[in-house]
Design a protein around this ligand. Structure first.
Ligand SMILES: Cc1ncc(COP(=O)(O)O)c(C=O)c1O
Length: 471
């Protein structure tokens, strides 16, 4: 017995058509293996498209970048026919690169569904298949047990916050790290430590900021004193508002805040303190998931046992909030029209498959090898141009990061110079971005699964040319 839905998905005609489309895209993009300048005949119309895009929203695009709809792995083609190294991949969303046959196939599978979106009221099986799979992976090394799906990271965070606030009511204050980023809703901009993102907006959530790990501070006063000072701050704030906190939200590796990678003890001491105080630990892995030396950052740090609430997004395409048995919200707290589009889940499931089975993680995994190759290139560049990489009180190294979160810190981390460097590197043929709140860093979130180790020297040639211009 089969349903019509199964019959469609198993139809030899449809399977053959999908194979044909995947093969055709693969062959049409196979020659995109290096950067290219724009095609002269397309430049004028492209400039108009870029201007129109900026005019539509009222301010110009940060990069004059509009994709053509094709690429090949780490190479992206723009609508003017130019080709660039995509080293930031939509802040990590396109972690599996461009025109990836496996992802294209998953997109085509999604198009077979009778509707585009699934909802909380009416749904097919796909969202629950994704959620079940994700919970199973998260549950390998943590007590996380349930998931609610959302269409953005900010909304996953909203759900996580509501779960924490309901559990700890009337304690509604939030503990958060300095320089954290949470997303762009009204509440998340209240918590996120970025004044520009809430310019003119009411601050609607009471937040107590705790300093994040600082390599520079640890170098100044020593690791133990640094950790003790941060713990004392936590004690002071908790004593000021007894039972007043709903949660401590933590990015285990900070993303927007500057790819700051703390040592395990720093996070563990804070998490232990939260347990003593009965304050739920909320792990926001929207940027770091999939990218460290393990699938989950809490696995990388072996801290899963402390996690009460968790959020994921970006590379999984479907976003989610997860929680433990103890944190279970009352029915009615979480709902909404959409859980997501079919394509979020077919692609999301494919992403999870690849992350689980791709040989990416561990000390000798593919990502560790890429990180080592990045560091080798970065060290060689710093040795060649030490004048571009001055040390300052706050910049103790010209490079940093973990796994697929990589940063370079030229020009003492000065904001204007870093932005100019990213733009110059873009003009030379590679898309990077920046992060940090001072010092600033050049940020790389490359599509590691489709990157080749032999790409690194070629990538650094482009970076070097861009830095030379910015210097
Ligand atoms: C750590 C973190 N949390 C939340 C978000 C918000 O996710 P979204 O932009 O999908 O709303 C981001 C996005 O950059 C993030 O890095």
């Amino acid at each position: 017995m089969t349903t019509h839905g199964q019959a469609i998905r198993q139809s030899p005609v449809i399977r053959g058509a999908i194979d044909a489309i995947v093969d055709e895209i693969r062959s049409k993009t196979a020659d995109l293996v290096d950067i290219r300048p724009p095609q002269p005949g397309l430049v004028t119309s492209y400039d108009e498209l870029v201007k129109a895009a900026g005019d539509t929203r009222g301010w110009p695009l940060l990069y004059p970048m509009l994709g053509s709809g094709a690429g090949n792995g780490v190479f992206v083609e723009l609508a003017d026919g130019s080709v660039k190294w995509d080293l930031v991949a939509g802040i990590g969303v396109h972690f599996f690169g461009h025109s990836n046959p496996t992802i294209v196939r998953a997109q085509l599978e999604a198009s077979l569904d009778d509707t585009v979106k699934h909802g909380n009221l009416q749904s097919g099986t796909l969202p629950y298949e994704f959620a079940k799979r994700f919970v199973k992976l998260a549950g390998r090394k943590s007590p996380l047990k349930y998931a609610y799906l959302t269409t953005s990271g900010a909304m996953a965070n909203e759900c996580a916050l509501r779960i924490c606030m309901q559990k700890r009511s009337p304690g509604h204050r939030v503990l958060a790290f300095e320089n954290c980023f949470m997303g762009r809703s009204l509440v998340m901009t209240s918590i996120g430590d970025n004044a520009a993102a809430r310019d003119g907006l009411p601050v609607n959530t009471a937040v107590d900021y705790i300093p994040f790990w600082s390599d520079a501070e640890a170098a100044r006063i020593g690791k133990t004193k640094h950790i003790d000072a941060v713990l004392r701050r936590l004690d002071e704030v908790v004593a000021r508002y007894p039972n007043g906190h709903a949660c401590f939200v933590m990015e285990l590796v900070q993303g927007e805040g500057g790819f700051n990678v703390p040592p395990r003890e720093f996070l563990e001491e804070l998490m232990k303190a939260c347990k003593r105080y009965g304050i739920p630990v909320w792990d926001d892995e929207i940027q770091s998931f999939g990218r460290t030396t393990q699938m989950f950052a809490f696995e990388h740090y072996d801290l899963g046992q402390y996690v009460d609430v968790f959020c994921v997004g970006k590379m999984t395409h479907s976003c989610a909030a997860l929680w433990t048995e103890e944190m279970k919200p009352k029915p009615g707290l979480l709902s909404g029209t959409f859980t997501g589009s079919s394509v979020d889940f077919t692609v999301g499931l494919t992403v999870l498959d690849q992350l689980e089975n791709g040989g990416f993680y561990g000390e000798n995994g593919v990502f560790a090898q890429h990180h080592a190759a990045f560091r080798a290139q970065a060290e060689a560049l710093i040795a060649k141009h030490p004048e571009w990489f001055p040390k300052t009180d706050e910049v103790t190294s010209g490079l940093g990061g973990v796994g697929g979160m990589m940063r370079l810190t030229p020009f003492g981390g000065a904001k204007e110079k870093i932005m100019a460097a990213a733009k110059a590197i873009y003009a030379e043929g590679a898309i990077t971005f920046w992060c940090g709140h001072g010092p600033y860093h050049l940020r790389l979130l490359p599509p590691l699964p489709v990157l080749k180790l032999e790409h690194w020297p070629r990538i650094f040639e482009v970076i070097e040319r861009g830095l030379a211009k910015a210097a």
